[in-house]
Design a protein around this ligand. Structure first.
Ligand code: NCD
Length: 347
C-alpha cells in the first residue's frame, strides 16, 4: 500500500472522480479509489485496487526506455526521504532515480549512521523527520505493519517499499506493467509464483494484484515454505514444479529469504535447487512462450539456473527493473506531483 496522509478535506482523501474523469487528467499514474465510501482509513492496500482504477504509466515508460535525458520539473520543490532499514539496491535506487527525474529533492537516510543506531524508536525518528516537513517518505522495514504505523505519525504521504513479509506494492505494480507490455493484458493469464512464498512480501502483493487484474495464480513450493491457509487467498497450491508449472504463461521465481528464517526450512541448497530451482528441464512444463520473472536479487544455482535467468527471449528480469523506475515515477507524480488534487491515491 501507499499511504496518502494529507490532512485536508474529509478524512484526508480527496474525492475520487471516477476512472474516466481521472483518465482525462492523469495519463501517467496508477490510481486507486478508497476501498469503499465509508472507509475512513488513510491506508489503501493493493487488494483495494479495482481493475478500472489502474492506468499504465506510459509516458514514464517511454522516458525510462529511451532515456532521452529529459528531466521534468513536476516535483520541483518537493522533498522525498528514502528510509531503508533493510539492505536494498534496486528498490532504493529506483525511488531515488524516479524522484530525481521528476525534479524532486531526494534525501537518502542512512539508517546505519542515524539515531536509530543510538536506540531511538521508529516513532521518534518519524516524528523528527515529520518536523522537517518532507512531502513523501518511502520506507522499507523488516517488520510487517511498520509502514502503516509510520503513516499514522506523519503528515506527509508514505510509500511502502516493503514491510517484513507483508506487502511490496510497487514491486507488484511493476510486475503487472512488465507483463502487460509483453502480453497486452493480464486477463486470463496463468501465473506461477514459485519458491519461498511464506516469507515473501512480493508474493503477497502479487497474489492480490494479479487476481484483481484477471490472472489466475498458482503458488509452488515445498510445504515448509507455504503459509498455512494460503488457498484462502484464492490461489491454487502446488508442492512440485512439474504440476505447478504445467501450461503457465508466467513463471515468477522468488529468493529464499534466509534473513527472515529462524531455523532451517529446506534440507540443503542443492536439494532445493534440484526440486524447486528453475532450470530448462522444469521450464519445459510451462507454455513454450512462458515469461521468466524474478524481483531480484537472484541467487543463481539456488532458485534459478543461469541458463534460464539469462535467456534473452524469455527472461524479462531486466525489463522488470526498467519498469520499476517508470512505476515509481508514476506513484510519486500521483501522490505529490502538481496534479495531486485531482487524484485519489495510489495503490
Ligand atoms: C524483494 C524484496 O525486497 O522483497 N526484492 C526487491 O524488492 N527487489 C525480494 C527479495 O528480496 O528477494
Amino acid at each position: 500500500y501507499i499511504h496518502h496522509a494529507r490532512k485536508e478535506a474529509n478524512d484526508g482523501w480527496p474525492e475520487f472522480r471516477g476512472s474516466s474523469a481521472i483518465e482525462d487528467q492523469v495519463d501517467c499514474a496508477y490510481v486507486v479509489r478508497k476501498s469503499d465510501a465509508s472507509d475512513t482509513k488513510k491506508t489503501v492496500e493493493i487488494k483495494c485496487i479495482k481493475p478500472g482504477d489502474m492506468m499504465m504509466p506510459e509516458p514514464f515508460v517511454a522516458e525510462v526506455e529511451f532515456d532521452d535525458g529529459k528531466k521534468t520539473a513536476s516535483l520541483r520543490g518537493r522533498t522525498l526521504i528514502n528510509m531503508f532499514f533493510e539492505a536494498s539496491t534496486r528498490t532504493q535506487a529506483s525511488f531515488e532515480l524516479a524522484g530525481k527525474r521528476l525534479g524532486a529533492d531526494v534525501m537518502n537516510m542512512s539508517v546505519s549512521s542515524s539515531s536509530i543506531r543510538k536506540g531511538e524508536t521508529l516513532i521518534d525518528t518519524a516524528v523528527t523527520l515529520n518536523a522537517m516537513h518532507p512531502d513523501l517518505i518511502v520506507m522499507r522495514h523488516h517488520s510487517s505493519g511498520s509502514v502503516e504505523l509510520l503513516s499514522q505519525k506523519v503528515d506527509c504521504s508514505v510509500i511502502n517499499a516493503g514491510d517484513g513479509q507483508h506487502e511490496h506494492p510497487t514491486q507488484a505494480l511493476l510486475d503487472a506493467l512488465t507483463i502487460r507490455r509483453r502480453r497486452g493484458s493480464l486477463q486470463g493469464l496463468l501465473v506461477a509464483i514459485c519458491g519461498d512464498i511464506m516469507h515473501s512480501r512480493v508474493a503477497r502483493s502479487n497474489i492480490h494484484l494479479l487476481q484483481i487484474m484477471g490472472a489466475r495464480v498458482r503458488v509452488v513450493g515445498p510445504p515448509t515454505l507455504m503459509p498455512t491457509d494460503i488457498d484462502k487467498l484464492g490461489v491454487e497450491v502446488h508442492y512440485n514444479m512439474r504440476n505447478g508449472l504445467k501450461d503457465v504463461d508466467i513463471v515468477m521465481m522468488l529468493r529464499l529469504q534466509t534473513e527472515r528464517m529462524q531455523g532451517s526450512f529446506v534440507p540443503s541448497i542443492s536439494e532445493y535447487f534440484r526440486f524447486f530451482g528453475l532450470d530448462a528441464e522444469k521450464l519445459k512444463f510451462a507454455k513454450p512462450n512462458a515469461l521468466i520473472m524474478h524481483p531480484g536479487p537472484m541467487n543463481r544455482g539456488v532458485e534459478i539456473d543461469s541458463e534460464v535467468a539469462d535467456d534473452l527471449d524469455r527472461s524479462v528480469i531486466h525489463e522488470q527493473v526498467e519498469m520499476g523506475v517508470a512505476v515509481r515515477m508514476a506513484c510519486l507524480e500521483a501522490l505529490i506531483g502538481g496534479r495531486r488534487n485531482a487524484i485519489g491515491a495510489v495503490a
